[in-house]
Design a protein around this ligand. Structure first.
Ligand SMILES: [Zn+2]
Length: 295
């Protein structure tokens, strides 16, 4: 009998520690090339952690990183992981025009696809910046050939989130066609929707609390959609200047991420997003057929 595919998704947004939105400033952006690069080493650390447990995941790679480290992208794919797009320049969509957004996601997709010679199906926005004000981005994602998105966070937050959004994976209808939406996990607890998907939340809650919340979600039949970043596994990264809140969010419990991750991999089974949701492959196949018919 074929082995069942795990129904939970693990994903990583592959970017440098100095590219996170919390520390974003035009001045810092101009100096990206001068910061110490740590993305390769940190991603390699992740790859070996996953290999030890035989877990495969989805890696949303920033185009800027892929352009500089194509061999890293090939390594990720050769380990059996899915490579998807985190856009090119890590600009929040909330600060972009539709034209600039289209260019950014097209460039990232084209860089990744030329490295891998394979289609890239998924996208995740920097800081989940598809909000009510930038919902136009979903239509552009369809037009640019993306099949799924994982950027609409159904929570209330100061920088992102659509609290009323559907918290489960679903089809999103845009004027240009259907986009499969895979939201990061949230759980309703005492009437409040709590983010439990990863990132700062993964480092903030004690692991036992997080596991209880994830088990609750699992018990409700949901697929977990977790996300993390390579810099979260790097307690020695150089410290950036920024607001107190940003520094707390970014540097909290970095020394605990790796052991928590090991616990998470022991307690739950994960697979890449496009395997967990076969609808994505079906939509991809259907779109290829319709494109071939149109030629
Ligand atoms: Zn990011």
């Amino acid at each position: 009998m074929p082995e069942a595919i795990p129904r939970h998704c693990l994903s990583f947004d592959i970017e440098e520690h100095f590219q996170v939105s919390a520390f974003e400033s035009p001045m810092r952006r101009r100096h990206w090339e001068q910061f110490e690069s740590r993305v390769e080493v940190n991603t390699e650390r992740l790859l070996s952690l996953l290999a030890k447990r035989g877990v495969r995941a989805t890696f949303f790679v920033l185009g800027w990183v892929a352009e500089r480290y194509p061999s890293l992208v090939r390594r990720i794919a050769s380990c059996g992981h899915e490579v998807a797009s985190h856009g090119y320049a890590h600009e929040l969509i909330t600060g972009q025009t539709p034209i600039a957004f289209r260019e950014d996601i097209r460039k990232a997709k084209s860089i990744l696809e030329s490295i891998l010679s394979q289609p890239v199906l998924g996208y995740r926005a920097p800081s989940f910046s598809i909000t009510k004000d930038t919902m136009w981005a979903t239509q552009i994602l369809v037009e640019e050939g993306y099949i799924y998105d994982s950027s609409i966070f159904p929570v209330l937050h100061d920088r992102y989130g659509v609290p009323s959004a559907n918290p489960e994976a679903h089809q999103l209808l845009t004027v240009s066609g259907v986009l499969w939406e895979v939201p990061p996990s949230t759980v309703k607890y005492l009437g409040v929707r709590l983010p439990v998907a990863g990132g700062g939340y993964f480092r903030l809650y004690p692991y036992s609390v997080l596991r209880t919340l994830l088990r609750k979600l699992e018990g409700e039949g949901a697929s977990l959609v977790m996300y993390m970043h390579p810099w979260e596994f790097d307690p020695d990264q150089p410290r950036m200047e920024g607001s107190l809140v940003s520094r707390m969010r970014h540097y909290l419990n970095l020394d605990k991420t790796e052991s928590r991750m090991r616990d998470l991999l022991k307690d739950f089974s994960f697979a890449p997003i496009r395997q967990v949701f076969p609808q994505i492959e079906q939509m991809h196949a259907a779109r290829q057929v319709s494109q071939a018919d149109a030629v």
